[in-house]
Design a protein around this ligand. Sequence first.
Ligand code: PLP
Length: 389
Amino acid sequence: MNDKKPFIYVDHAATTRISDSVRAAMEPYLTTAFGNASAAYGAGRAASRAILAARRRIASVLGCLPKEIYFTSGGTESDNWAIKGTAFAHRLQGHIACSAIEHHAVLHSMRFVGQMGMQTSVIPANAEGIVTPDAVDAAMRDDTHLAAVMLANNEIGTVQPIPDIADTVHEHGAVLLCDAVQGMGQIPVDIPTLGADMLALSGHKIGAPKGIGLLYVREGTPLLPLLDGGGQEMHLRAGTENTAAIVGLAQAIEEAAQLPAVDHLRHLQKQLFDGLRAIPGCVVNGTTETDHRLPGNVNVSFPGLDAESLVLHLDRLGICCSAASACTAGVSEPSHVLLAIGRDRAAATASLRFSLGAENTVEEMDAIVCGVRRIVTQLYETQCTFRGI
Ligand code: PLP
């Protein structure tokens, strides 16, 4: 990397670096205590004890029973398992629903079970990026087995009213899957308060390694395994346990539950929103009411510009952020979340997400605003020249 170029990392919703404390907690299980947790000898029993301790620590933080925590390879697997495992438990009969702004791990799993014969439907979000309990109520049917509504959206950071949604789903006799991958560390994740029956978390968003996560499954919830093999994870998720990553996940969840940087993030978020809003053409995506938005999320569009090229221009300035839209064959596809909240195609292909972390600074926010202003102004001017305006 060029030494002179700054490195401003504002893509914490994409991934985070492993924290020092998590790395230290994992270290023994990567080096000396590497036994297979299924082995009967001492080294195996030590790994098995470490996993049990991690399960207990996590359950105590989340407010559930240790046996209701199942370790997985991350958020994607947890979401896939919850949806496909529920559909299989009901032999692909009946109906499931999910919100229009879910992660693709949920949306594409729902599409898959739909292709296999299950009835599916999509619950709309409003223009602010909120899925209301009324919208959930309207989507429920007598044969609905599961509804999936995320805790916080990964693109626009909007926080959903999960406790009320859980009540609505339960009134219809169905179970609620809550993808809490983006909420952990920024807002409380307490299972009794949320009322979800299944809840997905991912390690690498909160300072643990990539490839580890969990699915909470309330005792008694109908769910078949996706992975068959050994008897690990109470016979519901086969595969040799990743002891070091599981220990790291427990450490990261304990730390994230303290909500370590919320005030700092809110301060930076306001600074960044204020600065970006003042740039001509800027449109803010999702509600900015603090009760309904993650403290570390800033998402704006510059309609008419291409998000992917904005990201590359910012990268040249050493700023790492995300385009919500997907880039296929060099062309930006509109973000499904922005389309779902009513943005037109021009705005939905032109959004930037800045996701802030504890280590970001006021000076970095100034640099981002300055960089975005320069790039956006130049690109709009080039467009005008090109069109002869
Ligand atoms: N769910 C949400 C809301 C996410 O933001 C992500 C990742 O960005 C995932 C699921 C997938 O998690 P993982 O990367 O651990 O598979």
